[in-house]
Write a protein that binds this ligand. Structure first.
Ligand code: COA
Length: 266
């Protein structure tokens, strides 16, 4: 039976590629790919990246089929000028349009699904050597760099990835990639309160049009979700761990959100 997605709901689907090693299952994922995806899949140099790509396609295609009576292999996608994929319009005309966004990193693939609203997701592995003040000074807004400098040393790597994933989730929801200047918007994360965004005037965007969440889907990963909807329209998140074509287990979203109080890196 088709899954029901509420107008103010965001479903998050997580696949853990290191746990998916059954060769027969992986082969059945390859059957879901269209010609272009088959070509891209074959071109990956490293087996690890090939497998990640395959599981990502399977996750997306099987997930979309949970919501509409369309076979996983039959989904078609359009891409905007910046490469953001969307369901082909001809397949998205029944009811409110389904929107999605994907993110993948070492050990985790994430897919966010919403109705109508632009949604963006980002997940990063908390590799310690990637969190540096140099990178922050290159990409982040002044207020974020100042925020990072102020907190105790042991909290910095986690805060770095929180900023990073929130910034990526926002630009991914906008669908305009790095054509958006990353230093022209900044995040404010008051303890126990909603994450807020602030824009420099040139961004021509309004903080009241957005909602954001920080998530901690594993001890090694930090993720963020952005949706283009005003905060008074309180969205609800729910999450599932999935092995495409095999299993689907609900994940307690409150536990993922609550570990925001843990500032240490695994
Ligand atoms: C391409 C980009 C949209 C995301 O890149 P990324 O963070 O490396 O990759 P993610 O795994 O999070 O997301 C990739 C997925 O986003 C989707 N995507 C591609 N272009 C997109 C766009 N313009 N907008 C939204 N989503 C997009 C695709 O589904 C893609 O996965 P797929 O190719 O397997 O289908 C873009 O933001 C980028 O190049 N970022 C570079 C990272 C960076 O320098 N960040 C600065 C730190 S704040």
């Amino acid at each position: 039976m088709a899954l029901f997605l509420e107008k103010d709901g965001i479903h998050l689907w997580f696949a853990y590629p290191d746990e998916i090693n059954d060769q027969a299952l992986l082969l059945s994922y390859a059957d879901l790919l269209n010609d272009e995806e088959q070509n891209r899949w074959q071109r990956f140099h490293f087996a690890r990246h090939r497998q990640q790509y395959l599981i990502t396609r399977a996750l997306l295609r099987t997930t979309l089929s949970c919501y509409r009576d369309i076979e996983p292999k039959a989904w078609r996608f359009d891409f905007n000028a910046y490469g953001k994929p969307e369901i082909a319009q001809s397949q998205n005309q029944t009811g409110l349009p389904i929107r999605f966004n994907l993110s993948h990193t070492d050990g985790l693939i994430m897919c966010g699904i919403a109705l109508t609203h632009d949604v963006g997701v980002d997940v990063e592995h908390k590799a310690k050597d990637r969190a540096s003040l140099n990178i922050a000074e290159h990409y982040f807004a002044k207020a974020e760099i100042a925020g990072l400098k102020q907190i105790p040393e042991h909290q910095k790597p986690q805060r770095f990835f929180e900023y990073w994933t929130l910034k990526e989730a926002y630009i991914k929801a906008r669908g305009m990639g790095l054509s958006l200047p990353l230093d022209q918007f900044s995040f404010i994360m008051p303890e126990q309160q909603r994450v807020q965004i602030a824009f420099e005037p040139g961004m021509q965007d309004n903080p009241d049009h957005w909602q954001f969440w920080r998530l901690y889907p594993s001890p090694q990963h930090i993720a963020a979700v952005a949706v283009n909807a005003p905060p008074h329209n309180g969205f609800r998140l729910s999450a599932c761990k999935v092995v495409p074509l095999q299993s689907r287990v609900p994940l307690p979203i409150s536990a993922m959100l609550a570990s925001s109080n843990n500032h240490s890196l695994a």
